[in-house]
Design a binder for this molecule. Structure first.
Ligand SMILES: Cc1cc2nc3c(=O)[nH]c(=O)nc-3n(C[C@H](O)[C@H](O)[C@H](O)COP(=O)(O)OP(=O)(O)OC[C@H]3O[C@@H](n4cnc5c(N)ncnc54)[C@H](O)[C@@H]3O)c2cc1C
Length: 431
């Protein structure tokens, strides 16, 4: 591997250095990885394991990206972004967390409190909802083999009110309304048991990035592929020269042109970024005065779902903190009314299910965060090659990874991690 990482202070060093004519440029790193979220951290760890010299550039003043645990607002660590390791058994992060000695807690989805308006918990409704959810999985898999490419979850609706609530709950997990969620994409994703990690997912990624060569506050703004023997990555920090570059930015951020790439990318890349628009998903953390006894971990109101209001309550089994999740058009309508409307609606959900008031609240507007522009990417129905196109390398030197990449865990931390490992493998093959 070429590397000699020394690009910090490069300009001063270059000015002071005697003029030397080199046949080959001395590179600052073998691989520049842009973005220290799950994908970037996974790729950097794998590449360093294979003895590549890596520079991991992160625009924020912290690692983890959309895995961010805040301890200040609620007085207890709460995940402003990703909270669960989804599909625990298939999720490689479960083993990583274990290896770090972090305690894992299985979430219990099935013992859910189900209400139908103000009449209190309704066990018959819970049994009916879980039966309908199980049947829906089968219907999605069967329909995906025959429906047109642009079919959505709404295309398999039966018109029955329980079915409509079930579809909305299923679409909530993908950050959309049934009309917005691609049926073919939904069928390609796998779900399974969810796991909470001690210290939050932000803490997990801080630990996973501990010994990595991370450069915080390094926002990359341009990539120049014109030099034949290296790639130049530039920003306010100066210019880094690397053999290859791995980009892990969300497609919405790339679609907005946050990274100017020269020469321009092929048109199918831009189309893929545009087809992977941001999901609509809001999460509010609420601190309760005390734990509420006998309250199941999850709660949902069928009447609200049937009226198009996708909302879900999660009560942390380990501490007096609840999360309220909103998705789809309900989330975007609340967002457009402002933060007070979002937190007020979250407080009302907690009151409805737990009869409890919140003593503190916190939320982060990921859609307005310029380095994320949304919680994760949702495939536009019909754009069934978008995930593959997003992840496809360009020019043998420009690689892509992140939650938007294809795979059964796409949209999640586990999927981002797997795509980072896959990109490291592709870099190995290419170099
Ligand atoms: C509210 C919410 C709830 C969620 N819940 C879950 C959940 O429970 N479980 C789950 O698995 N997933 C969940 N997700 C999704 C999960 O957070 C993402 O799938 C995952 O974090 C994406 O990782 P990534 O590496 O692809 O992207 P990111 O984490 O976004 O990493 C990209 C990094 O690039 C940096 N960056 C951006 N632009 C530049 C630039 N120009 N130069 C340098 N750096 C730059 C960003 O700051 C960021 O650190 C949730 C997300 C949100 C927002």
């Amino acid at each position: 591997m070429a590397g000699r990482r020394r690009f910090l202070g490069l300009t001063a060093a270059a000015l002071a250095a005697p003029l030397v004519v080199r046949a080959q440029p001395v590179l600052d790193a073998d691989v520049a990885v842009i973005g220290a979220g799950a994908a970037g951290i996974a790729a950097a760890r794998q590449l360093i394991d294979w003895e590549y010299d890596v520079a991991l550039l992160e625009a924020r003043d912290r690692v983890g990206g959309r895995a961010w645990t805040d301890g200040a607002a609620l007085g207890l660590g709460w995940d402003l972004g990703a909270q669960w390791l989804h599909n625990g058994r298939a999720n490689p992060l479960r083993a990583e967390a274990r290896a770090l000695g972090l305690a894992l807690t299985d979430s219990d989805f099935e013992d859910m409190q189900v209400t139908r308006g103000g009449a209190g918990p309704d066990d018959a409704a819970r049994v009916a909802l879980f039966g309908a959810l199980m049947r829906l999985d089968g219907r999605i898999d069967a329909a995906a083999r025959t429906v047109p490419r642009d079919a959505t979850l709404a295309d398999i609706a039966t018109g029955d009110s329980l079915d409509s609530a079930t579809l909305r709950l299923s679409a909530l997990s993908m950050g959309g309304d049934p009309e917005q969620v691609s049926l073919i994409d939904a069928a390609a994703l796998e779900s399974g048991e969810d796991v909470l990690v001690a210290g939050g997912t932000g803490g997990l990624f801080r630990a996973l990035a501990r010994d990595l060569p991370v450069f915080l506050g390094h926002e990359a703004t341009t990539i120049d592929l014109r030099p034949a023997d290296h790639v130049e990555v530039s920003g306010g920090f100066g210019t880094l020269r690397a053999g290859v570059v791995l980009v892990t930015l969300p497609p919405s951020v790339l679609a907005r042109g946050a990274l100017r790439i020269t020469p321009g990318l092929p048109s199918w890349k831009g189309e893929a970024f545009a087809a992977l628009g941001a999901a609509d998903f809001l999460k509010v953390g609420l601190r309760m005065a005390a734990p509420v006894p006998d309250l199941p971990e999850f709660a949902v109101d069928l009447a609200a779902l049937e009226h198009g209001q996708a909302a879900l309550l999660h009560v942390d089994p380990r501490m007096p903190v609840a999360s309220v999740i909103f998705a789809g058009s309900h989330a975007s309508a609340l967002r457009s009314e402002g933060r007070r409307a979002v937190t007020g609606a979250a407080r009302a959900v907690l009151r409805h299910h737990a009869g409890a008031e919140a003593v503190a609240e916190v939320t982060h507007d990921w859609a307005a965060d310029p380095l994320s522009l949304g919680p994760w990417a949702r495939v536009r129905p019909g754009a069934d090659t978008a995930r593959d196109d997003y992840a496809e390398p360009v020019d043998g030197r420009l690689f892509f990874a992140g939650e938007a990449a294809p795979g059964p865990l796409a949209t999640t931390l586990g999927g981002a991690w797997q795509s980072g490992i896959a990109a490291a493998g592709a870099i190995w093959e290419a170099t």
